[in-house]
Design a protein around this ligand. Structure first.
Ligand SMILES: Nc1ncnc2c1ncn2[C@@H]1O[C@H](COP(=O)(O)OP(=O)(O)O)[C@@H](O)[C@H]1O
Ligand SMILES: [Mg+2]
Length: 245
């Protein structure tokens, strides 16, 4: 579904991604783990067409998207749930969702709108209840559901999520991971960036570790959870917390 080869990207003189290669197969949950500043957001933004690839290939469903504008990538079926949610605070929940279908709507696929809303409201009944509420007044967890819902409005086949659990209370984090799992059960493919490495690996099929813009390790989620280096570098704190209980 998604195949990346030797991807390079950055900002001005700053090189961030260095020969990144990875892939996502249909129906998988693939997670990317890495410390702050490793290049995770840069990677997702480059796939999304928000940052231009400098070298390498990004092939989505057989099409090279590395130099495509962001709206074309969305139209092809690849949607991003951005870091920090980035909902439009002064617009209502419903308006935010409608914007998620904007690219399709402009292409005269207007019938998608009611179907998309019904699907998102089915997944997140709380959004239906708060349809007319301003997005800025939602709780963090609700805003995250809205950001996910907005991405789903574009009818994606691949949904990329950038740290969906960031800044949320533990109980809400659990809900978010349950949602990711449910998205996959409903036939979606998910590329999940998380600092909450242990929880991400528990729901993922495979994972990649990114360090200073390079993929330094990859494998099945099971192998990565058992890997001593991964445990030391990324799961340590979680494991300590568990032994303390
Ligand atoms: N808009 C930007 N302009 C310049 N440098 C940036 C920008 N965004 C991120 N960076 C830098 O790129 C590197 C990777 O950042 P990022 O992709 O956000 O990492 P992560 O998401 O893994 O925390 C960092 O060194 C960061 O400071
Ligand atoms: Mg980031």
């Amino acid at each position: 579904m998604l195949k990346i080869r030797n991807l390079e990207a950055g900002y001005g003189k700053l090189k961030v991604l260095r020969r990144v290669s990875m892939h996502v197969a249909p129906g998988e949950i693939v997670t990317i783990i890495g410390a702050n500043g490793a290049g995770k957001t840069t990677l997702l933004n480059t796939i999304s067409g928000l940052i231009r690839a400098r070298a390498g290939e990004i092939v989505f469903d057989g099409k090279e998207v590395g130099r495509m504008p962001a709206e074309k990538v969305v139209l092809l079926g690849c949607s991003l749930v951005p870091e920090g949610r980035q909902v439009f605070s002064s617009m209502t929940v419903k308006e935010n969702l409608i914007l998620g279908a904007y690219v399709q709507y402009r292409r005269n696929k207007k019938d998608l709108l009611p179907a998309g809303l019904a699907k998102v409201y089915g997944l997140f009944p709380v959004l239906k209840d708060r349809e007319r509420q301003l997005a800025g007044t939602l709780s963090g967890g609700e805003q995250q559901m809205l950001a996910i819902g907005r991405a789903l409005m574009g009818e994606p086949r691949l949904i990329m999520m950038d740290e969906p659990s960031m800044g949320l209370a533990p109980l809400i984090v659990k809900d978010i991971f349950a949602i990711v799992r449910r998205l996959r059960e409903e036939g979606n493919t998910v590329l999940l960036v998380e600092q909450n490495a242990k929880a991400a690996l528990r729901i993922a099929d495979r994972g990649y570790v990114i360090e200073t813009g390079r993929i330094i390790l990859q494998g099945t989620a099971e192998d990565m959870l058992a890997n001593k280096d991964v445990q030391r570098a990324y799961l340590g704190r979680d494991l300590d917390a568990e032994t303390m209980v």
